[in-house]
Design a protein around this ligand. Sequence first.
Ligand code: SIN
Length: 191
Amino acid sequence: MSTLTDADTIARNRAMRYFASHERLWLFGYGSLIYKVDFPFLQRRPAIIRGWARRFWQGSHDHRGTPAAPGRVVTLVESAGAVCQGMAFEITPAVFEHLDHREKNGYLRVVVDAEFEGGAREEALVYIAGPDNPAYLGPASEAEIAAQIDRAVGPSGPNRDYLLHLADALRDLGAEDAHVFGLERAVRKQE
Ligand code: SIN
């Protein structure tokens, strides 16, 4: 059983010095970071990363649910051949002060290769909540995940808003994502 706590996640991310000497770096967002941009950035560009699939497998006890009734938010799961479409933001390292706090419920900074339209590639950081973090919920059926999202509410609002905003943002990007759009359809059926 992992003993990872919120504070540990912030400390572990702070200890991650990979881009510390850079004046600017790329952050790849694939969840709420696409549509809730509450941090400064120098530029943003649609991008993809390969080998990772977006899944509503991470529990949210702090934003979109409560410890007693957690919601579900996205993380990335390694998946050969998968392509995850998202938004890359060029930021300065100072922005981690805010991001590490925002992503503290189990997400760790990981270095990936982001690919932009036209094929240019840049190293980027992405926040991933792995299966060993205490808030990880893992897979469940589409109906179960949709029902959990539909009933969960946390300090940041209803869990369904997270899903519906993400689906809208992915549509704006022209992204394909059967998992997210399938859940969106299932949740909208409850309306
Ligand atoms: C991300 O958006 O890149 C990370 C997951 C989230 O904050 O929703």
